[in-house]
Write a protein that binds this ligand. Structure first.
Ligand SMILES: [Zn+2]
Length: 232
């Protein structure tokens, strides 16, 4: 999908009122009634609340290390007229996220979706992670190969890999894995140690491992091999 171009403009007051309505609906309605409300709203293409991009960056990166937040704040983050979808476009170095995510997927989901896209941006703009991406994530793939045999000692991680990540089929690739780890694991203690060390600068503010840029495997990236390396 090509990057959208047109920013959705929202008047601040109705937007703020829509937030009250949406938060209330999420709190009091049953899942069935909430789904019904969403279908009704979509008939008139209504967005109750659309978080402005810069505010969404702040909320999505709450609790992350200060330098990660500072980097994220540099990301042009746009909202556009669509019910769902969006992404990070490296050629433009921008994020576009559908305006409907809050109304149709929820106020919690919009932070997770924004967080995921922001870690694509971080990977592309943080020099050492970018160097690894440019080498086909060679370092990360080595770390994963090392972590496979200890996976069962990290049940939340293992269950997320098998029950969620790998279920995405072809979408379960190394680029998506990179953005999903900080989004889904805010506590590095839940990750196998080598993976925790690899992501520590992004999650807990820990240092890069001394061998982060060394000893890189040179095999070309292969999706099936990557997915096998993740399987317990
Ligand atoms: Zn992604």
């Amino acid at each position: 999908m090509p990057a959208p171009h047109e920013e959705l403009r929202r008047a601040p007051l109705p937007n703020a009122m829509g937030h009250v309505v949406l938060a209330f609906a999420e709190r009091v309605l049953s899942p069935g009634d909430l789904a019904g409300l969403r279908e009704q709203l979509w008939r008139s293409r209504t967005y109750l609340y659309v978080t402005p991009g810069p505010a969404l960056v702040q909320r999505a990166l709450e609790g992350f290390p200060p330098d990660v937040r500072a980097l994220g704040e540099r990301c042009p983050f746009h909202r556009y007229d669509a019910r769902g979808g969006g992404g990070y476009w490296p050629d433009r170095n921008e994020i576009w996220l559908a305006a409907g995510v809050e109304t149709y997927e929820g106020l919690r989901q919009v932070r997770l979706s924004a967080c995921h896209e922001l870690f694509h941006f971080v990977c592309w703009n943080e020099p050492r992670y970018r160097a690894d991406e440019d080498r086909g994530f060679a370092r990360l793939r080595r770390v994963l190969a090392q972590s496979r045999e200890v996976m069962n000692a990290y049940p939340r991680y293992r269950d997320w890999i098998t029950g969620s990540f790998l279920r995405q089929g072809d979408h379960a690739n190394v680029v998506e894995y990179f953005a999903d780890i900080p989004t889904n694991f805010r506590d590095v203690a839940e990750l196998p140690p080598a993976i925790a060390t690899h992501f520590a600068p992004l999650i807990s503010g820990g240092p890069f491992s001394p061998d982060f840029d060394r000893d890189l495997i040179a095999e070309p990236y292969d999706l099936a091999a990557f997915q096998r390396s993740l399987s317990p």
